[in-house]
Design a protein around this ligand. Sequence first.
Ligand SMILES: Nc1nc2c(c(=O)[nH]1)N(C=O)[C@@H](CNc1ccc(C(=O)N[C@@H](CCC(=O)O)C(=O)O)cc1)CN2
Ligand SMILES: Nc1ncnc2c1ncn2[C@@H]1O[C@H](COP(=O)(O)OP(=O)(O)OP(=O)(O)O)[C@@H](O)[C@H]1O
Length: 209
Amino acid sequence: MTDTAPLTRPQLRRLLRDARRALTPLQQRQAARGLYRQLAQHPLFRRARHIALYLPNDGEIDPRLLLREAQRRGKRTYLPVLHAWPRTHMVFQRFDAHEPLRPNRFGIAEPVINRKRQRPTWALDLILLPLVGFDEVGGRLGMGGGFYDRSLAYQSRRKGWKKPLLLGLAHECQKVERLTQASWDVPLKGTVSDGGWYLASAPEAATCI
Ligand SMILES: Nc1nc2c(c(=O)[nH]1)N(C=O)[C@@H](CNc1ccc(C(=O)N[C@@H](CCC(=O)O)C(=O)O)cc1)CN2
Ligand SMILES: Nc1ncnc2c1ncn2[C@@H]1O[C@H](COP(=O)(O)OP(=O)(O)OP(=O)(O)O)[C@@H](O)[C@H]1O
């Protein structure tokens, strides 16, 4: 990747979104399979019972193989659902195979909102986050809505926060040298790409999470 340091967040977002949208359908399928191989047998995925994922949009790496695998293994799976009001709010809602989906205001498929099927973020084991850009120290650049940061803000202020584990999912081409972090950015434990793992913690700490 070229030097992205002089770019503003919106400029960097545009560059990286263009890069992931330029991937061919074949490259996307290969990346999705690569991601599945990185995660499906990993203890962090195997141990998690309540997992939030997302449905791919705008060239994002596709986690649907993992979604189906989690459901096959009897795990509970959740998707982000946007609130109509307040418009800045997002929740995680249970999603089972073959459940009907509707496009949200950004055109991303999501389950029909249903309070009874929502789960608070602190009660999730693992959140696999979509991202536009990432770095090796837990930095995440998202679509710019602040939805994930806001839904995790309460927890990130608590001491000794262990759950949920936050892992970004990305194409290799979304990696940048260093992202400047905003005060509200919630750091990731790491990011998994089709090519490998980028854990933000020291390797000795990473083995016991
Ligand atoms: N797959 C997926 N689902 C997700 C997210 C995500 O990043 N990926 N989100 C992560 O937060 C939330 C949705 N956030 C989003 C924020 C901005 C745009 C977006 O396309 N913005 C357009 C302007 C659209 C408009 O205003 O009509 C743009 O910037 O071009 C999309 C999703 C919840 N669900
Ligand atoms: N905890 C928070 N409380 C209030 N506002 C917030 C919070 N987190 C983020 N925001 C607002 O959201 C806006 C977008 O933030 P940012 O650019 O970091 O989004 P993002 O992480 O790229 O998006 P997303 O998480 O939706 O993919 C910011 O301008 C900020 O004002």
